[in-house]
Design a binder for this molecule. Sequence first.
Ligand code: ASP
Ligand code: MG
Length: 440
Amino acid sequence: MKVMKFGGTSVGKPERMQQVSELITRTDEPVIVVLSALSGTTNALVSIGEAMASGNRELAKQHIDKLETHYQGFISDLLKAETTLAKAKNIVSEHFEFLNIILKISFSEALSKDILAQGELLSTKLFSVYLKEKKIDHALIPALEFMAIDENDEPHVPEIKIKLSRLLQQHSGKKLFITQGYICRNARGEVDNLKRGGSDYSASLIAAAVGASVCEIWTDIDGMHNNDPRIVNKTRPIEQLSFGEAAELAYFGAKILHPASIWPAQFFKVPVKLLNTMEPSAAGTLITEEAGSVGVKAVAAKDGIIAINIKSSRMLLAYGFLRKIFEVFEKYRTSIDMITTSEVAVSVTIDNAGHLDEIVRELEPFGAISVEKNYSIISVVGNEIVQTPDMLKRLFDALSSVPVRMVSYGGSKHNVSILTSSEDKTRTLQLLNKGLFGLE
Ligand code: ASP
Ligand code: MG
């Protein structure tokens, strides 16, 4: 069994959906296809929910109508036969009728999740109609019947496995299954989701649950790249990454893979492949337990970082100081990303300013606190880079003209991170592209 997940842009146009139907039928292995909503749909559904939440029903209605028009156009381009087009029209009206009914009742948090779920429900149902038109045998498996999260929003693979196996057994003759990414049920049995970009996570959980031979994530770029293609001119895809390296990169802003989707694949030993729908023969990126090669593989940046400095002579020769500081962050459920220390000071970074004022207030008794905003973490990721002989020299040579606020080296063997002002981010990524990869 193989899992193939297609993102919003891979199903966002009728011709893309046609291409997906070809990609999923090229293999002899049974396949579970996980689909996102058509590109732009989830954002539109978020806007609908926000307009309803703020009581602006007129605006919500405008968003709903605009989206419905988009879907009507989409299906008339996608489908050729009258019977299948009629089926698709029914599906579209049914889901938009649902949105219009919600518009009339009083808004709640649970309803907003129902609204968000419409995107993946629509994309999978319409794709299923398209497959019928092409006479491609398949079964549509409802994610809401097997994908679930507990009261802490955590999914459990063994539970998913039990429910999903039961559903798959009901279609024992089939080799092709279509299901929704992103959506699930919560501990109260309500419709919920795995957070934005969560279809990757769905795919990885499903792959873990069925013990898939591979979890393929199909997007519109040929794998993870060595640098941010939106910022530097030349980048190249990374052939192979370990799960550890991929996790570092997924956190540091490489938007291509949802960070949470790493652990199920890693724990249940399913290789992950990042592939490009627009260029299916490209090698993409393979993520497995092994790193493949030694050395620097990529740089990635994360913005919106806040540095907090705590300076105190009481830290000198004292023990337990860091624990007291960490407890403040723990109390406000704010995770620390980087940390550097000297004998009389410690600097930490956070990317969540939600409780910054409270944190600073509670840190004040420990020393002089200063807060600096608008920083970026630039992370250099690779296998055994900490042992790569001239890596640091090349890194610092490349950075000779960039003011560096913090450096984190040795926390793991495959990551060196630096903190710079966000104003310097673009320049830093360009300099590193040249200095570490010889790309300009
Ligand atoms: N449709 C959802 C989103 O846009 C989930 C996904 O595409 O991964 O966030
Ligand atoms: Mg995505």
